[in-house]
Design a protein around this ligand. Structure first.
Ligand SMILES: Nc1ncnc2c1ncn2[C@@H]1O[C@H](COP(=O)(O)OP(=O)(O)OP(=O)(O)O)[C@@H](O)[C@H]1O
Ligand SMILES: [Mg+2]
Length: 269
């Protein structure tokens, strides 16, 4: 492992497991994960059936999702619009396994992630789900390249993932900024880094919650184009929640959330 990567790991995850070096020496394309990747991406589906989410509040139970059903295949891209408070982020958080549904089922690649024990669920999320949020959540002390490699620390795949990280940063137009810190980038550039980071594990599902919410129109359009381009190349399932109707219109499939219910699709394929 290069001294630069060792220093990076020491700075960000000082107590990574000892088998890191052993795993890191394996070429990425020889890892079991890489061998499974094509299989997953070619036949993968996301199935959501009758999903409900209630929140207990002081004035009683608040039903936020009220029977959401959805099915997407590898390479599908869906934009969800809808009024504030209608349940869009709640749905995305559940699909990203960050929150549990009250009832209903989620199946990702024919697996119900909520049946997994907590540590396996965390590994599943890290490996198979990519997130892009309105805030980029980049680590200020790390370089652009290190931020993209960050999710690989948990699985100790950062050295084998280096060529892919470089390629992603080239694809998002930042190959000359690898050593920059986030503070030295514009808002649009930071969001490009976040986009590259979300794809470092070749996720099965990419979830973006208001990814262009902090950007001006030009940057919002550019990020939207990039999202769709990368998603098509990777054949990832992409779900974007947005208030930007121009962005939503670029998606082959659009649905609207209203009062916890998802209506559509207005498919344009
Ligand atoms: N932890 C919680 N406890 C209680 N209520 C919650 C909780 N999280 C969200 N809610 C409520 O659930 C509803 C839906 O919230 P959600 O964040 O999903 O909306 P949204 O569609 O993403 O809105 P926005 O477009 O403003 O981001 C809101 O009324 C919110 O107050
Ligand atoms: Mg929201």
């Amino acid at each position: 492992m290069s001294s630069r990567l060792l220093a990076f790991r020491a700075r960000v995850a000082p107590r990574a497991p000892r088998h890191a070096a052993r795993n890191a020496s394996k070429p990425f394309h020889h890892s079991p994960r890489a061998q499974l990747k094509f299989h997953y991406h070619s036949n993968m589906s996301l199935r959501v059936a009758d999903l409900c989410k209630d929140y207990p509040t002081r004035s009683g139970t608040l039903p936020v999702l009220r029977g959401v059903s959805l099915e997407l295949q590898s390479g599908d891209a869906l934009a969800i619009t809808g009024p504030s408070g209608s349940g869009k982020s709640t749905l995305l958080n559940i699909l990203g396994t960050l929150d549990q549904p009250t009832s209903g089922t989620v199946r990702i690649a024919d697996k119900d992630p909520f049946t997994l024990p907590e540590t396996e669920l965390a590994a599943f999320r890290n490996q198979h789900i990519g997130f892009v949020f309105q805030e980029h959540y980049l680590l200020p002390q790390c370089s652009v390249l290190e931020n993209v490699l960050l999710p690989t620390l948990a699985s100790n795949h950062h050295e084998p993932a280096l060529p892919w990280a470089n390629e992603l940063l080239e694809r998002v137009g930042l190959k000359d900024r690898l050593e920059h810190r986030p503070a030295e980038l514009s808002g649009g550039e930071r969001q490009r880094v976040a986009l590259a980071r979300s794809l470092i594990h070749h996720p099965l599902v990419l979830l973006a919650d208001e990814p262009t919410g902090n950007l001006d129109r030009t940057n919002a359009t550019a990020i939207g184009e990039l999202l769709l381009q990368l998603q098509q190349q990777e054949k990832t399932i992409l779900i974007v929640v947005t208030h930007n109707t121009e962005l939503a219109k670029r998606f082959p499939r659009q649905m609207e959330m209203n009062d916890g219910m998802l209506a559509g699709p207005s498919a344009q394929t």
